[in-house]
Design a protein around this ligand. Structure first.
Ligand code: SAM
Length: 272
C-alpha cells in the first residue's frame, strides 16, 4: 500500500460555513472555519469540489461545520491530472462506452488525501462511492462517526481503474440500487448521516436514539398542532399526557410499521 505520509496536503480546500452577512468590503466567501482539536474530518477526492459543502453547509451540519465540530476538506482530482490539460481519464481498456478515471491520477490524489491520516481503516475508513458497493446504512454511519475521519473518492464517467482500488484496498460503498452521475451527492448524504451522530452536533441527543433504525425499527408517526386538520385528529393518546401510554402506543406503531414496510428489518430484529 502507498505510504500516505510521503506528501503534505497542498491542494486541499477546507470548507467553513458560507457567511451571508452584507458587507461593503469584498472578501472571500469561503473562510477558514474554526478548528476544534481532534474534530471528525471528511476528506473528499472529487472532480467537482465546488459541489461542497452543498447541503452540508446548511442547518445543523452547517452550524457544526462553522463551529469546528467537524471538518471538510476537498481535493480537486483535476489538479492531479496528467500534462498541460490535466487529463484525469482515458478510454476503457477492451473498448466500450465512456471514460475511466486513471489509476495514476487517482493514486496521487489519494496519497495527498491520506497525508497524516491513520492507515488503520477502523480509525479512518477509505471508501470509493460506487453502485457496486455495500449499501450504506445507519450502522455504517455509526462506525464512521466513531472513527477519526473518512476519505471518500467520488467517481465520475464509467468509474475508476480497478487497479488503484485494489492497490489501496478501498471499500466500495453504495447509496442504493440506482446509478448516479457522480459520487458527490452520495458523499453528502453519507456525511450528513454521519455528522448528525457526532457528539454535540444535535442539540437533543435523544432524537437520534428514537429515530428510524436506531434499534432496528422504523420511527412512529409524528404529529403537531393544529389538533384537528382537514377533519383529521391527532391520535387522542398523544394528547392524553400519559407518558407510559404514549410510549406504549409509539412502540406498537414502530413495530407495526416495520413489519408492514420492512419485513427484512423485522426478520433481522426477530433473529437477534
Ligand atoms: C455513472 S456512475 C458509474 C457507474 C458504473 N459504470 C457502473 O455501472 O457501476 C459514475 C460515478 O457515480 C458514482 N455513483 C453512481 N451511482 C452511485 C451509487 N448508487 N452510490 C454511490 N455512488 C454512485 C460512483 O462514484 C461512480 O463512479
Amino acid at each position: 500500500m502507498t505510504d500516505a505520509s510521503e506528501k503534505a496536503p497542498q491542494q486541499g480546500r477546507s470548507h467553513g460555513r458560507l457567511k451571508v452577512q452584507v458587507t461593503a468590503v469584498p472578501r472571500d466567501l469561503m473562510e477558514e472555519p474554526r478548528r476544534v482539536k481532534g474534530a471528525w474530518e471528511a476528506r473528499i477526492v472529487t472532480l467537482f469540489p465546488e459541489a461542497f459543502p452543498g447541503v452540508l453547509g446548511l442547518s445543523l451540519t452547517g452550524k457544526a461545520l462553522d463551529q469546528g465540530l467537524w471538518r471538510l476538506e476537498t481535493l480537486d482530482l483535476r489538479s492531479f491530472g496528467e500534462g498541460k490539460h490535466r487529463n484525469v481519464d482515458d478510454t476503457p481498456a477492451g473498448g466500450g462506452a465512456g471514460m475511466v478515471l486513471r489509476a495514476d491520477v487517482v493514486d496521487r490524489a489519494l496519497r495527498q488525501a491520506m497525508a497524516g491520516a491513520p492507515m488503520d481503516r477502523g480509525r479512518w475508513p477509505v471508501v470509493y462511492l460506487s453502485p457496486r458497493g455495500r449499501r450504506f446504512d445507519q450502522a455504517q454511519a455509526r462506525a464512521w462517526a466513531a472513527a477519526e475521519g473518512v476519505t471518500i473518492l467520488c467517481g465520475r464517467f464509467e468509474g475508476v481503474d480497478q487497479r488503484v482500488l485494489d492497490h489501496w484496498d478501498i471499500e466500495e460503498v453504495s447509496l442504493g440500487d440506482f446509478v448516479l452521475t457522480g459520487g458527490e451527492i452520495a458523499a453528502q448524504a453519507m456525511i450528513d448521516a454521519t455528522v448528525r451522530l457526532l457528539p454535540d452536533v444535535l442539540g437533543n441527543a435523544a432524537s437520534t436514539e428514537e429515530e428510524s433504525f436506531s434499534d432496528g425499527l422504523l420511527e412512529h408517526p409524528q404529529y403537531t398542532r393544529p389538533a384537528v386538520w382537514e377533519g383529521r385528529e391527532i391520535p387522542p393518546v398523544l394528547m392524553s399526557g400519559h407518558h407510559g401510554e404514549i410510549e406504549k402506543w409509539r412502540r406498537a406503531q414502530r413495530e407495526e410499521l416495520t413489519q408492514a414496510r420492512r419485513p427484512d428489518l423485522w426478520a433481522k430484529r426477530q433473529g437477534t
